[in-house]
Design a protein around this ligand. Structure first.
Ligand code: CP
Ligand code: NVA
Length: 280
């Protein structure tokens, strides 16, 4: 059966660690791998905007000797011009792999259910597994090991990024703590605490936008409840002295994070962005 990467849970712990090792090797010496994907083509389906995901996948294919084709929202109009299943049945005749960024996770399932080529989740409403992989690779590079770490996420605890980070921390037995307003819980039995309690002695503080793509109509409501969960200098000062700050980007400065923190010495957000390329 064809395997896909729609969720962190599609990988075993062993595979995740193997991917981190390979990513580090590719990062160090990319030329060794420059013909690994010779004559291979990736179709990249985007229903939403992107900077990092599009560029990292496309550059990644180029660096490995392959090619990527960008299919934007107006190109194929998934579900309007054609069903995801019919799109996959066409693509599998022409390309070797598909990645898709979609509004509804179900579209990824429909794309992948009956196709002979792998489908990668490049962000859905439910998960952003490539982001979580890049985040943990970044943590590993900065902290050397996951042992005894406390990783804290503050903000919208019920979004794609949080869910993938949570699954990955479960896989790797990492202590992952979250804090956010009532009504924005992951619903997986995870505890919500005050942001101060959550960040205390943390090795890593992470946040993400309070208004994910597709939720723009909730912006006004969300901006009322989230400000208590902003990662600012005061909150970050409760973490360990050598704690790092992470954000998948794009960042809404002055909302979920202040300039001082994201531009400060503890911030590793651009290492994190770069690692999207290597880990993917
Ligand atoms: N972090 C991330 O996925 O960025 P883009 O939305 O720009 O791809
Ligand atoms: N949670 C954010 C991540 C952006 C990369 C969103 O879905 O918009």
């Amino acid at each position: 059966m064809q395997r896909h990467f729609l969720s962190i849970n599609d990988l075993s712990k062993k595979e995740i660690l193997q991917i981190f090792n390979l990513a580090k090797r590719v990062k160090k010496n990319p030329t060794i791998y420059s013909s690994k994907l010779k004559n291979k083509t990736m179709a990249m389906i985007f229903e939403k905007p992107s900077l990092r995901t599009r560029v990292s996948f496309e550059v990644g294919m180029t660096e490995l000797g392959g090619h990527a084709i960008y299919l934007g929202p107006n190109d194929i109009q998934m579900g309007v011009r054609e069903t995801p299943m019919d799109i996959a049945r066409n693509l599998e005749r022409m390309v070797d792999i598909v990645m898709a960024r979609v509004f509804e996770h179900q579209k990824l399932i429909d794309l992948s259910v009956d196709t002979k080529i792998p489908v990668i989740n490049a962000l859905s409403d439910i998960e952003h597994p490539c982001q979580a992989m890049a985040d943990f690779l970044t943590i590993l590079e900065h902290k050397k090991s996951f042992k005894k770490l406390k990783i804290t996420y503050i903000g919208d605890c019920n979004n794609n990024v949080t869910r993938s980070l949570y699954y990955l921390s479960q896989k790797l037995d990492v202590n992952f703590v979250m804090a956010g307003p009532e009504g924005y819980k992951l619903g997986l039995g995870t505890e919500l605490m005050s942001p101060f309690e959550a960040i205390k002695n943390a090795d890593c503080g992470i946040t993400d936008t309070w208004v994910s793509m597709g939720l723009e109509s909730e912006k006004k409501k969300r901006l009322k409840v989230f400000p208590k969960y902003q990662i600012n200098k005061k909150l970050m000062s409760l973490a360990k002295k050598d704690a790092i700050f992470m954000h998948c980007l794009p960042a809404y400065r002055g909302y979920e994070v202040t300039d001082e923190v994201i531009d400060g010495k503890q911030s590793v957000v651009f290492d994190e962005a770069e690692n999207r390329l290597h880990v993917q």
